[in-house]
Design a binder for this molecule. Structure first.
Ligand SMILES: [Zn+2]
Length: 204
């Protein structure tokens, strides 16, 4: 049987936060701006997603608009899924925060740390058919969730046509990795759902 997932955007302030669900078992992809837990909870409430059905939260990368509420979600009982390329980026987040951001620092000792190779098995345990891939380019710690149906959650991975000379090859390789693993549709961190970019080869 092919697992069917529903995908809902609970985003606000120009940033998408995706809830991927297999029935009542859910994964949150990207985790809110700092200091906005009330807004996030209101969005989830309105859409009818109880916090206790969210089995993990995953940040595509550790920038404030993508991981700002990670610690609050942990306190609310939602474990933080951290990939092997992301651990070093977490402590750097606080350097960009100001007191008025009300950022709650993410602790390191109590996360669900996994490797990319382990990701498929971890997701399968919560009913989600897919894997997490390293997709650096926008940042070294950027990862994408790729469902087996071709839905790719790419965070801020730069469009290949917009990548600069310095990170162009890294960005192109990340898109190629997604394409080779079956990505068909892009659920980005900002803006609408879009098809996979077609200019990967030319952008090199
Ligand atoms: Zn970013």
């Amino acid at each position: 049987m092919i697992a069917r997932h529903t995908i809902v955007n609970v985003g606000y302030r120009s940033t998408n936060y995706w809830v991927v669900s297999a029935g009542n078992s859910r994964l949150l992809v990207d985790i809110g701006w700092p200091g906005t837990m009330a807004a996030m909870r209101a969005r989830l409430d309105r859409i009818g997603i109880p916090l206790n059905e969210i089995r993990y939260a995953l940040a595509t990368h550790y920038h404030m608009d993508h991981a700002g509420l990670a610690q609050e979600f942990k306190r609310a009982g939602v474990p933080l899924l951290v990939l092997e390329t992301q651990t070093a980026a977490i402590p750097l987040m606080k350097a960009h925060m100001k007191p008025r951001d009300h950022y709650v620092e993410i602790t390191l000792h109590d996360n669900a740390n996994i490797s990319f190779a382990e990701s498929r098995g971890v997701l399968a345990k919560i009913g989600i058919a897919g894997e997490i891939l390293p997709t650096p380019g926008h940042s070294d710690d950027s990862v994408s969730l790729l469902l087996d149906d071709g839905s790719a959650f790419t965070g801020d991975l730069t469009h290949p046509a917009l990548a600069g000379e310095d990170n162009g090859p890294v960005v192109a390789a990340s898109w190629e990795r997604l394409r080779n693993r079956g990505a068909k549709r892009v659920y980005p961190g900002h803006g609408p759902i879009r098809p996979m970019p077609t200019l990967v080869a030319e952008a090199r």
